[in-house]
Design a protein around this ligand. Sequence first.
Ligand SMILES: [Ca+2]
Ligand SMILES: [Ca+2]
Ligand SMILES: [Ca+2]
Length: 430
Amino acid sequence: MKKTLLLSLLLIVSAFKAQININIGSTGVGTAPISSFFSYSYVQQIYLKQELNADAAGNITGLSFYADPSATITESSNWTVYLGHTTKTAFTSGTDWIPAAQLTQVFAGTVTASNGKVDVTFTTPFAYNNMDNLVIAAKENSQSIDINNFDEAFHVYNHLPNSTLFYKGDLAVVDPATPPGGIRADYKSAISILGLAPKPTPACPFVQFPANNAQFVTLTPNFKWFAASGADSYRVSVGTTAGATDVVNQVVTGNNFTPPAALNYNTTYYLRISSVSGSVESSGCADIMFKTIPPIPANDACSGAFVASVFPYEYAQSDAMSATNNAGFITSCADAMNDGTWFKFTGDGGQFTVGITMPAGSTYDPQMDIYSGSCGNFTCIKAMDNGGGGAAETYTFTTTAGTDYFINVGAYEETVDMPENVFTIKITKL
Ligand SMILES: [Ca+2]
Ligand SMILES: [Ca+2]
Ligand SMILES: [Ca+2]
């Protein structure tokens, strides 16, 4: 009986103390949860379920925010706070506010900072379902401002792009039913969420690079992820099947990692990054699937130039991103360029048009050089680089019968080996 009582008491105490802390040691400042430096503000922040890492659904009883301990917030303390569920992971524009109807007011009143810590205790708890993401919205309603060295007072941490949307201004108190256009931010408030217990294992980090299902990833990718609150290191594993660790299985500090050995061309890999905190690791972190670049193109070097003999000739170079700079830059024309991929045809004394185009949406800005002669012993006919990113290059010239013409399509840079990308070449006899 005594034991049961003690256990119940312990449970009550631990339930009372349950809280999720997210990056509460951050020291950067930003416009969240409110602006202390503008008269009025309204801020919505999305905390993803994965980041909250709550053990179960439960009642959120309050929030704590963290201001710089030297800052004052006395003129920025009239707050209204709202919570809500959302399936949104980020704000798509400055007007992509989560509607007021989807939010529940949990606090209205005056807050105070104690050594920088601001506790917001809800009048009615908010039942978090642990299925959706959590949106935390706050507005500040007092006209006066806190100068604080002309900066904001509240601590934030960098995270997923556009996970915060804020408005701050001096005209009028914001009506959350019709908020004005705001500005998106890549940070969120350092926060304690009271009433929810965290999982015993740390949250899985968010992987920044590569994106899931990414194609054409380089052979030496620099994997990047956001710091997970409470993690002291990360396990990086890479395998050739889902969940496998046959390529990389390593615990690293920091938030990025490049495999020590180059990956293979044209191969699908599965990347998993788990947080490590002491002796515990996050579990069930999602695999990021990606595929590496195709093999080096057969026409990467002049010696392998594709021969055009039937006109019009057309070739879509879909593997151009794997082109190499071979022995170096091609300097036969005054406007030098990368060694890209190569084509060749023999003149007949008539006029030919050589053109390259990029797929819709491409930002690739290639140069197209035409030479006569032989590989390594070129005479410049023309260096074409009139178009910018995604724009076509074209050149028409009169050929000499029996003369070989070489066409090099590659990055326009003269002294830096820059990556090539997809294009289509067309050679037309006029
Ligand atoms: Ca090349
Ligand atoms: Ca160009
Ligand atoms: Ca190149």
